[in-house]
Design a protein around this ligand. Structure first.
Ligand code: 0PR
Length: 365
């Protein structure tokens, strides 16, 4: 540290110079995050110093966390779902596995996850000492459910299905997984970190949530398509009681037990997540999602006209192509199979898509 503090103006000019090194979202087509909705930013600023790790000191903020869980539970067809606000999909996935592992005693516990699952499950398995059994994908990058039955055994503590895969934007056959989970009596965790704020707002949503009796828990992230500030995730469980198995005693806090992974937890991004849901309502979210899906369709059509075929027709707003050139100034990502990947987040507007297509066509010229 400096011996003597820095004058405020100098400090902020230093911070501004660092901030200017960051990229603006306009040309970022590779991210599952997006600039927060204005009401999210406003709510975040109101709750800056709140700490959900000691909720008795911030009962108003804690009530907002309960409201977030109730709103998202209702969206997932279980208004009384258990849940809490996590720091994002990684924490939700780790905590879901912790619950699943505690609910079943297995000598050599394993989990059965699709090859498309997010790398957070690798972290979860490493931390929890779980064997990861990987299920191959079908030709459309969805989990091949035929293979699941063979991989499940008496030591399987959880099966995972993904709603909105990170790389290809696919929705796994959760109805079938629900049947398998019930049949084999295994915990089914649905990673809807991305798709949980997309699929419910589509014109023809496929069932993926607690409406399917075999679904045990769901990850859904307000800091992705929920346009909240970072960090805002949510883990929902069919039974609120399951969280008790994670409790540790916290004798000197305002609450005497804690089931969360983090201790100190931000209230600001939780208030921001609630703000977006309340402000937009289902109607507003439908409009946002319809726009993103339409932009993804337009992008796919435009790319195919330029001679870059889609890798697959996505279920959510992630478009992938056989294409290995990127126009200067744009950020796209590349999947492990080598496809160009573009996430049509709310900041990827129709104008942005058209400009990208113009720049793509210039590469050929
Ligand atoms: N589950 C799924 C299906 C995900 O796509 C992600 C992250 C996670 C879990 C983990 O969520 P957290 O990162 O909130 O813990 N998906 C994005 C990805 O890995 C996260 C991301 C967002 C990465 C913006 C880069 C970026 O610029 O691609």
């Amino acid at each position: 540290m400096r011996e003597v503090g820095c004058p405020e103006e100098d400090l902020f000019s230093f911070l501004s110079s660092k901030r200017r090194e960051d990229l603006g979202y306009r040309n970022i087509l590779s991210s599952m995050c997006t600039p927060p909705h204005p009401v999210a930013a406003r709510a975040h600023a109101m709750f800056l110093e709140t700490n959900l790790g000691d909720p008795g000191l911030f009962p108003g903020t804690a009530a907002l966390e309960d409201l977030l869980v109730r709103r998202l539970g209702t969206l997932m067809h279980l208004p009384d779902a258990g849940g809490y606000a996590t720091s994002g999909g990684t924490e939700s996935n780790i905590q879901a596995f912790r619950i699943a592992k505690k609910l079943k005693s297995a000598k050599f516990p394993n989990v059965v996850v699709p090859a498309s699952s997010h790398f957070s499950f690798m972290k979860a398995c490493d931390i929890l000492g779980l064997e990861m059994r990987t299920v191959p994908l079908d030709a459309e990058f969805r989990m091949d459910t035929e293979a699941v039955d063979d991989l499940v055994d008496n030591n399987t503590v959880a099966i995972v299905g993904v709603v909105g895969t990170t790389e290809y934007g696919m929705v796994d056959p959760i109805s079938r997984l629900s049947e398998i989970a019930l049949d084999r009596d295994v915990f089914l965790h649905v990673d809807a970190a991305f798709g949980g704020m997309v699929v419910p707002f589509l014109d023809r949503p496929v069932p993926f949530d607690f409406s399917l009796p075999g679904v045990s828990s769901i990850s859904v992230d307000p800091h992705k398509m929920g346009m909240s500030t970072i960090p805002a995730g949510c883990l929902l469980t069919r039974s609120p009681e399951w969280f008790a198995c994670l409790n540790v005693d916290t004798p000197y806090l305002t609450v005497k037990r804690e089931c969360t992974l983090a201790g100190t937890r931000p209230g600001a991004s939780v208030a921001a997540a609630v703000a977006v849901l309340e402000y937009l309502g289902v109607d507003g979210m439908r409009a946002v999602v319809a726009g993103c899906m339409e932009n993804a369709r337009r992008l796919i059509e435009g790319m195919e006209t330029l001679g870059y075929p889609r890798a697959v027709t996505p279920d959510v707003n992630v478009a992938t192509f056989s294409c290995d050139c990127t126009p200067p100034g744009w950020r796209v990502s590349t999947t492990r199979n080598g496809h160009m990947r573009i996430v049509c987040m709310p900041h990827v507007t129709r104008d942005v898509v058209e400009q990208f297509l113009v720049d793509m066509s210039d590469i050929d010229a």
